[in-house]
Design a protein around this ligand. Sequence first.
Ligand SMILES: C[S@@+](CC[C@H](N)C(=O)[O-])C[C@H]1O[C@@H](n2cnc3c(N)ncnc32)[C@H](O)[C@@H]1O
Length: 304
Amino acid sequence: MATDQPHSADYFGEARDYWWNSDFIELMGRRLDLGAAGRVLDVGAGIGHWGRALAPALSASARLVGVDREDTWVAEATRRAERAGLAERFTYQRGDATALPFASETFDVVTCQTVLIHVPDPAHVLGEMLRVCKPGGLVLAVEPNNLANVAVQSSLSAQLPSHALVDTWRFHLVCQRGKQALGLGFNSVGDLVPGMLAALGAQDVRVYIGDRASPLFPPYAGREQAAEVAQFMDFVKREVWAWDHEETLRYFLAGGGAEAEFTTLWDGIGAQERAVADAIRAGTYATAGGCLSYLVSGRKPAGP
Ligand SMILES: C[S@@+](CC[C@H](N)C(=O)[O-])C[C@H]1O[C@@H](n2cnc3c(N)ncnc32)[C@H](O)[C@@H]1O
């Protein structure tokens, strides 16, 4: 991501609109009794994708507040809520996840999606989420393991020598550790969230996995695959493999990677990604596109 862009700008394209199956959200709504919530907080709301995905599971009288530290996203989330006919019920404001601008015990549900992966101390943010949650209320964190995604196979990667795949996976691991070392969050923190919530005293901690994959197979039909292809081709054009060159180098070095090794690994990944782009254009690329995203919930104890 270019440093003049607001946070996560590379990841707010149309492909994000297809992250959730509506019947899965309904199921989660029933499992977690989301329909009973009156006040909902979406922490690190971005441009509001997660709140809008949840909307059908909430009651018509529920009110959602989204907070984000980026003014640009607050304005865009507000616009999109208006466009979705949700302006009366969904409002957005500036706020910091590490010091939420709300009194303790304000919300029935406090949720976030792909936010704990970007903060230096996710347990602290979960603690803040529990603080502003009412006793008996629900904290729901949706966070991935993005290293698992790197291991997903495709018609191309399945033909590569094992050392090339191991190099790619190690490269991402070193970069993720570097990002974490720089205090910018751990991109696979989803695995650790249940333990953090339990250690903070949350009760009835539950862990689910999202049911959506991002498959790509010829002829790449439908809006979801078209959006996925468009995002990927844009990344290839700009040479963004999770992050751009400058950001990736910074993370790689901070993660203990050697500068002498970086160019070889970066070029290797670039070659793999360009081969994927060529195979898509040729109509020969296919993958089930698995992605590991957890929905981790816990209840704030109801009192002494
Ligand atoms: C990957 S985006 C996720 C956005 C949204 N939750 C979604 O899933 O579409 C991460 C968001 O967290 C916000 N963010 C990061 N650190 C934050 C903090 N300390 N306080 C508030 N927002 C934060 C970023 O500005 C960005 O909008």
